[in-house]
Ligand binder design. Structure first.
Ligand SMILES: NC(=O)c1ccc[n+]([C@@H]2O[C@H](COP(=O)([O-])OP(=O)(O)OC[C@H]3O[C@@H](n4cnc5c(N)ncnc54)[C@H](O)[C@@H]3O)[C@@H](O)[C@H]2O)c1
Length: 302
């Protein structure tokens, strides 16, 4: 079962799981793209079902779990992957409160809901894997200066820091029960061409902005243009490599689902050194200059 399965990483995960011989439940709040993604899998001969789900609504996730069980009788892999990207502008004290609520509800509470609804099912089965999609942006350290050159959103990295923390707790709580159910945290690698850069296009009415914007919403094209102007050659990493990370991570029972060492590893090391040395947080990321240095690596990702 994959939330956020209508697009980007979630859709790639669904396809890969199907090709591994698994039956697939795709869940997403966007009905039409979900339908298209599900039919795509079915056309490949994959047994797949799409369930319209809003991860911010616990009863919706409960229905999803019930539907998955009714349809396939068991759930072995749960990917809490639905996410919304950076929409805030300005310094963090200027961010719209609606941006905070939307980001926290989808990226944090959505994962909490997935854990609460699905872990008891996996425990009952005695096996299974939960994969929570995190990001180096927040999971390791927040991007401080963003692709457009100004302060980056503080909402998104805060939610991803929470995803890491709650997945660590999940890992330890599962360990304490003695179960074989495992928790994993996914750090998608590379510059990815997904909908996350333009999440604002599907902003739900109940999180409607309450402040007038001063700058245009970012688009993937505008971000790429900024990177190129800063001297970075933008190359998109295939989404299949993220799916590989997940399948290999499950097979190896690996908590940290990360690609090969990249600039993010240096941030982790610099952060550890800063903490241990009681120093300033000088590891905070200026994404444009990092991306210019590490074109093709992890810089710039959401
Ligand atoms: N793209 C990247 O570079 C990148 C990097 C690191 C982490 N991530 C994370 O990967 C995950 C997938 O994002 P993506 O890049 O594939 O973007 P995406 O926008 O293509 O996919 C996210 C999906 O989540 C769905 N979604 C949003 N709100 C929802 C809700 N309330 N209920 C159910 N579904 C909802 C969207 O409709 C969309 O289909 C996110 O958690 C994102 O934060 C992405």
């Amino acid at each position: 079962m994959v939330t956020g399965g209508a697009g980007g990483i979630g859709r790639a995960l669904g396809r890969r799981f199907g090709r591994e011989g698994m039956k697939v439940v795709l869940a997403d709040v966007l009905a039409e793209p979900l339908d298209e993604a599900t039919r795509d899998l079915q056309d490949e001969g994959i047994e797949a079902v799409g369930v319209v789900t809003d991860v911010t609504d616990y009863s919706s996730i409960e229905s999803l779990a019930a539907e998955a069980l009714a349809r396939f009788g068991a759930v072995h892999v749960v990917c809490n992957n639905a996410g919304t990207g950076a929409v805030s502008e300005g310094y963090m004290w200027e961010h719209d409160l609606a941006d905070w609520r939307w980001g926290i509800d989808v990226n944090v509470l959505g994962v909490v809901h997935g854990i609460k609804a699905f872990v008891p099912i996996l425990l009952e089965q005695g096996e299974g894997h939960l994969v929570n999609t995190c990001s180096g942006n927040g999971g390791f350290a927040p991007i401080a200066r963003g692709a457009m050159g100004g302060p980056a959103t503080a909402v998104y990295p805060m939610t991803k820091a929470a995803v890491l923390c709650l997945t660590e707790s999940l890992y330890s709580h599962l360990e304490m029960t003695g179960t074989r159910v495992r928790a994993h945290v996914l750090f998608p690698g590379g510059f990815l061409n997904t909908g996350i850069w333009e999440s604002w296009r599907h902003r739900p009415q109940r999180y409607a902005a309450t402040q007038r914007r001063r700058t245009p919403e970012a688009t993937l094209a505008s971000v790429v243009a900024r990177f190129e102007a800063a001297g970075a050659q933008v190359e998109f990493a295939p989404l299949e490599t993220v799916a590989d990370q997940v399948v290999e991570g499950i097979q190896a029972d690996r908590f940290w689902m990360m690609g090969p060492p990249t600039a993010s590893d240096q941030i982790v090391a610099a952060k550890a050194a800063s903490i241990l040395g009681r120093g300033e947080p000088d590891y905070l990321v200026d994404v444009l200059s990092r991306h210019a240095q590490n074109a093709g690596e992890e810089g710039g990702k959401r």
